[in-house]
Design a protein around this ligand. Structure first.
Ligand SMILES: Nc1nc2c(ncn2[C@@H]2O[C@H](COP(=O)(O)OP(=O)(O)OP(=O)(O)O)[C@@H](O)[C@H]2O)c(=O)[nH]1
Ligand SMILES: [Mg+2]
Length: 158
């Protein structure tokens, strides 16, 4: 039997104040959800081991604070990361719009060193009734992606 490969990955989660970055990670790693809000000061690190096919992945996930005053400190944590989660709150349009700035920060630090760097956009708080994600996605599709009619029919979109 082949021993499993071992891979260490450093991931970072960024996004506006209070979008739920810490809650999401605690739910993922410790299976607990905190109702009480305690803003993250700077950053904290969580670890999780997952097994994927024949590989043991050791995730080191950097949870960062969304406060403006931590912005330049947080950008120093991007170094050496293998990917990034851009988090927003689906009930808060501004938290989505500001992702562009966060993304710009990451690209400015990472891309000169890494040609390919995975980033995912994550919409949180989907349990809340006043979610605005439909209009967020509609605007995004209209303004940014501009799918051609062929693409739309292929994707079954719109
Ligand atoms: N309803 C609902 N509330 C959530 C969800 N995720 C987080 N919250 C609440 O949102 C508040 C902020 O959550 P945090 O996880 O501390 O937010 P954060 O992004 O880490 O905030 P900063 O560290 O200040 O940047 C807390 O009161 C959470 O309980 C969710 O999926 N649904
Ligand atoms: Mg936090």
């Amino acid at each position: 039997m082949n021993p499993r490969k071992k891979v260490d990955l450093k991931l970072i989660i960024i996004g506006a104040l209070g979008v739920g970055k810490t809650s999401l990670l605690h739910q993922y790693v410790h299976k607990t959800f905190y109702e009480d809000y305690q803003t993250t000061l700077g950053a904290s690190i969580l670890s999780k081991i997952i097994i994927l096919d024949d590989t043991t992945l050791k995730l080191q996930i950097w949870d960062t604070g969304g406060q403006e005053r931590f912005r330049s400190m947080v950008s120093t944590f991007y170094k050496g990361s293998d990917g990034c989660i851009l988090a927003f709150d689906v009930t808060d349009l501004e938290s989505f719009e500001v992702l562009d700035t966060w993304r710009g920060d990451v690209l400015a630090k990472i891309i000169p060193m890494e040609q390919s760097y995975p980033m995912v956009v994550l919409g949180n708080k989907i349990d809340l009734a006043d979610r605005q994600y439909r209009s967020i996605l509609d605007n995004y599709l209209t303004d940014s992606i501009k799918l051609s009619p062929e693409d739309q029919s292929r994707s079954g979109c719109c």
